[in-house]
Design a protein around this ligand. Structure first.
Ligand code: SF4
Ligand code: SF4
Ligand code: SF4
Length: 384
């Protein structure tokens, strides 16, 4: 299916009569929100979490150009070279065939704060790096995904107080429209520099925005981009609805609000099993389901069907779960390396040696995207 989906998505992007509605309707959207900023006539609406192009559309094609699932820029010669990254072989021969992208330095680490580790999915490094960035005045604010009250899906939230970070720790594997906050950031006089925590696709679209003067005002305050490794993408609203109906939990998704909670367990293999989404029914009953189950409920194509990036190689720092209670931390730029080093110096994060399990996990989790999607993209482009 992969090559068929990739051909289909690329043909959608090439057809000048199309809009991002075709990307959403084909289930390839990842809800980044970039297209909303691109539209000259404000014809794109976000109805949590659906993308709708209304009748004001003038078919200018700008939304398809910026869409984070449009891989044209990613597969330019220059970016293929970045992805290939020969340097990793010198650093660590055992993970030599993973397309990890360019990097300056790589660590295996965890947050030194137990409180942080208790609210985050793996080692808590992302939260501790953001804490460092705010408390050491590297940035004035951070953009993070968070569940707001009565929402079925998380939304972007801007935070300036480092103490508020703990309320938002943990990964959110549901549609998160984070980039809709770019206007707010651009117009906020109190923000000069912001750090954005997001997914590989959104880091890619931010990179594209930096390359296009149309988005200059929107992106010039972005000082750091932190991405989380992303293997399976995010399920669509109807996937979640079907899944919950099959479990006998709901009649209609609109009846529910979602909260996140972590369950304490002595032993866990997959950290996603202890992160729970709690659905509260009309009659007040609580139903708690692990985020891994929600993530795996997808029944049709989703954004990961055509997305080739696992580690987020357009970010300043990429972070993934390296094994139980620890993170692999990849600093890709000098700014990214400085922040990680500052966090280590201030003892907000601790590091430990790479082990065989880290290599295994990185290879295993990157395999699907590497082997299927990348090869399919290259094959398609070669045959054109
Ligand atoms: S007007 Fe242009 S940017 Fe807006 S939805 Fe239509 S094609 Fe997309
Ligand atoms: S992936 Fe992003 S840019 Fe593309 S349609 Fe979805 S929200 Fe819009
Ligand atoms: S698989 Fe992950 S990185 Fe790729 S488009 Fe989906 S959410 Fe984004």
């Amino acid at each position: 299916m992969t090559l068929i989906d990739i051909e289909k998505s690329l043909s959608i992007f090439e057809n000048k009569n199309n809009t991002v509605q075709h990307i959403y309707d084909s289930r390839y959207c990842n809800f980044c929100g970039a297209c909303i900023h691109s539209c000259p006539v404000n014809a794109i609406e976000y109805l949590d979490p659906q993308i709708i192009v209304n009748e004001d559309c003038i078919q200018c094609g700008k939304c398809l150009e910026i869409c984070s699932q449009n891989q044209k820029v990613r597969y330019s010669k220059q970016l293929i070279d970045i992805e290939r990254n020969e340097q990793i072989k010198e650093f660590h021969p055992k993970i030599g065939d993973v397309p990890l992208g360019s990097f300056k330095e790589i660590w295996n680490g965890f947050s030194s704060s137990r409180k942080t580790r208790n609210v985050t999915m793996a080692g808590g490094v992302t939260t501790s790096l953001l804490y460092t960035a705010l408390s050491e005045n590297v940035v004035d604010a951070v953009l993070i995904p968070e569940f707001t009250e009565n929402k079925q899906n998380p939304r972007g939230r801007i935070i300036s107080n480092p103490e508020e970070l703990l309320q938002s720790g943990g990964s959110k594997y549901l549609p998160t429209l984070s980039l809709d906050k770019l206007n707010e950031i651009a117009n906020n006089q109190d923000i000069d520099k912001i750090a954005i925590t997001t997914l590989p696709c959104q880091a890619y679209v931010i990179k594209k925005m930096f390359l296009d003067t149309q988005y200059e005002k929107l992106v010039k305050k972005i000082h750091l981009v932190l991405t989380l490794f992303c293997g399976s993408g995010i399920p669509y609203r109807d996937d979640v609805e079907l899944f919950l109906k099959a479990k006998g939990v709901i009649e209609s998704l609109s009846e529910f609000k979602v909260i996140r909670r972590r369950e304490r367990r002595i032993w866990r293999i997959n950290p996603q099993d202890i992160e729970r989404y709690v659905f509260i029914t009309k009659d007040g009953k609580e139903v708690s389901i692990s985020s891994s189950k929600i993530l795996r409920c997808k029944t049709k194509p989703n954004c990961s069907t055509i997305c080739p990036d696992y580690t987020g190689y357009f970010s300043d720092i990429s972070i993934g779960a390296s094994h139980i209670s620890a993170n692999i931390v990849v600093a890709r730029t000098e700014k990214g390396r400085e922040l990680v080093k500052l966090a280590i110096e201030k003892e907000f994060i601790k590091t430990k040696n790479f082990s065989k399990i880290n290599n295994f996990l990185i290879n295993f989790m990157g395999k699907n995207k590497r082997d299927l999607k990348r090869k399919s993209y290259h094959k398609f482009l070669k045959n054109k």
